[in-house]
Design a protein around this ligand. Structure first.
Ligand code: URA
Length: 236
């Protein structure tokens, strides 16, 4: 059960004050009856709640899949820099949204934007070993020594990487699919750098068991279904 003013504020993405004003104007019905009592409690998932005659979409938390373009940072506030939250369409913006995990400014691909802190913590914690898969375009080919080293776990200045999987996506071995289970700073770029290989392009294509929706252009995003949200976490 939730207070109706909170439900309206979340569902319509307005302040609590504005939600109360909307209620007092008699614009909200609960199960067919006008509700003006701002403190009334409703079952937000079962009640039929309408604003101006249209059913509201109440979700406690939202989960958004974005295909991040280059040049925006994975943060909620970036000062003079544009962030992934800044480029969300106006109707998807709401309080407390942040990207669950960081991609470098020049990395593209799957960013999950949410306001569910517990979920973000679960998918980012190295303890939970949620794999993240990237496509890396390299300035020169990689060899079997690199494959073995990635699979053993590369030592970086700030710690040992967990075993990573790598697979060639072209005959020249200059495009690789890499799967890692942590999110250390510049991790993939630094893993290749150990072998004097520079990552020219990097794109994240999968989080847990969920692939980036190929129909999303750079900068596009959409809400994720419950099934997709579960796939991110339950991938083992
Ligand atoms: N590894 C990197 O080097 N950069 C990213 O953005 C993600 C993983």
């Amino acid at each position: 059960m939730e207070r109706i003013d909170k439900v309206i504020s979340v569902a319509l993405n307005v302040s609590r004050t504005d939600a109360r004003a909307i209620l007092k104007k008699g614009l909200v019905t609960v199960n067919g009856s006008v509700e003006k009592n701002i403190g009334a409690r409703v079952d937000e998932h079962k009640a039929d709640i309408c604003f101006n005659g249209s059913k509201i979409n109440y979700n406690k938390f939202v989960y958004i899949m974005m295909n991040k373009p280059k040049g925006v940072i994975s943060a909620s506030e970036g000062g003079s820099e544009k962030t992934v939250v800044d480029i969300l369409p106006q109707e998807m913006k709401r309080k407390n949204l942040f990207p669950a995990g960081r991609l470098d400014k020049d990395t593209t691909g799957f960013v999950l934007i949410t306001d569910d802190g517990d979920f973000a913590h679960r998918i980012l914690s190295p303890k939970n070993h949620i794999p993240k898969t990237y496509i890396a375009t390299l300035d020169k080919p990689f060899d079997d020594d690199l494959v073995n080293a990635f699979e053993q776990g590369i030592e970086l200045t700030d710690g040992l990487c967990m075993p990573a999987q790598i697979l060639a996506l072209n005959d020249e071995k200059t495009v690789a699919q890499v799967t890692i289970k942590q999110g250390m700073y510049h991790q993939i770029k630094r893993m290749f750098k150990k072998f004097s290989i520079t990552v020219i392009e990097l794109k994240r294509v999968k989080m847990g068991g969920l692939f980036l929706d190929e129909s999303l252009d750079y900068g596009d995003c959409r809400y994720m279904s419950q099934e997709e949200i579960n796939l991110v976490e339950n991938c083992k």
